[in-house]
Ligand binder design. Sequence first.
Ligand code: GDP
Ligand code: MG
Length: 437
Amino acid sequence: MGGHVVPIVVQKEGSREFELNEEALMSVLHRPEVRDTALCVVSIAGAFRKGKSFFMNCLLKYCMNKGSPDWLGEQLQPIGGFVWRAGMERETTGISIWSEPFLFTKSTGEKVAVILMDTQGTFDLETSAQESTFIFALTLLASSVTVYNLMNQIQEDDLMNLQTFSSYGVLAQENSHGTRSFQKLIFLVRDWSHSFEHDFGHEEGKNVLEKVLKVKEEQEPGKQRLRQGLRQSFEELECYLMPHIGTSALRDRNFKGHLEQLAPLFVEHLKLLVPRLLAPENLVVKRSCVTLGMPATADELVELFRTFIKFFNDGKLVQATSMVELISRMASEAARKRALDVYREAMDSISNPDGEDLQAAVLVEHHFASREKALAVYAKENPYAKNCAVFPIADEIREELKSEMEEMIVVTIRTNEEEQKARSSCAAASKKAKKAY
Ligand code: GDP
Ligand code: MG
């Protein structure tokens, strides 16, 4: 099976602005084989040089050799896989995806198309902290399963990196539709350094995560809030404690990811973790953040990238409040479009193909009825419209919707009058012509 890496979010040369490779993203998301299939976006985020791309290639290998007990093969770097390297040369911040989605079938028969997404960010350099935060936020919003790649242990800093989003999560909760802002987050601790206390793997990972996220009385209030916020923001939190990759990976200049160059315990755990992560039952479908209870569509994902990148390039900081504004704006815009369609349909239903005269008063009456229908659709379909005090944008866009409908009825009345005039002068002319004849 072929395929290649597709860079979709790249930083412009010599600028801190980002560019979206929209065509490339569409070409992956709009493939015929995944049309009408729910998407599961599996991504990885974390600091540079911590084996993220290396791990994504393991997921890639599993997807490519699905079903084969020997899926790992002899060498971990598939041809054209996500780039991973040993050096320290400068890396760019951005997001890439694999060109081929992979289809999985759940036991219910439901099909899921997995999109693999690799990301680059620094997390540690002051100069590019905003860029990394932005990439991290976009990754979390765009994916349904995010692997948060950490080294040695889970530190307070690692939790703090999630804080911006967790406060966003808490705010967005107030839209009162009861779903959480983000879906599944897996803390993947590489080179786990306390295996005497907690053994490697998933079970002990769970215990470690519980410990780390536990709210204790003696904790500072800030730390307590951070922990509560995190739990409220994600639907599922998991943790996997991974053993060290082996010294050859770090010292050997010729390290190419051959199986015999890796520590056997590391390989053993790859064989446990990867099939578990990609087990069809664990593939969380990417949920729409504009239409309640529906899977996200390809178009919605593209729109999310587009809006988010514009927002960042325009210099609007990615903070909790601005993220909430962004998402509530997207949801409100989507609801406005649907409401306008309903209005148009309702108005079209009284258009008169027979060319009979319609009274302006009749049109106005229909306008009011159609307008009510449209506003009801807006209220029903926009989760943020229920709480305009917290999401003022929902109110603003409702007002825009109203004025659009007002403008439309004015145009309709005018066109109707003009048509009537045209019809009557046409009738008069033909009467005259008949007389003369
Ligand atoms: P990325 O920048 O996070 O995508 O990191 P890469 O995947 O490019 O890997 C950077 C280096 O880390 C490579 O030399 C890998 O061999 C090495 N590496 C991969 N996995 C691990 C791991 O689990 N532990 C350690 N210590 N190094 C790793
Ligand atoms: Mg990488």
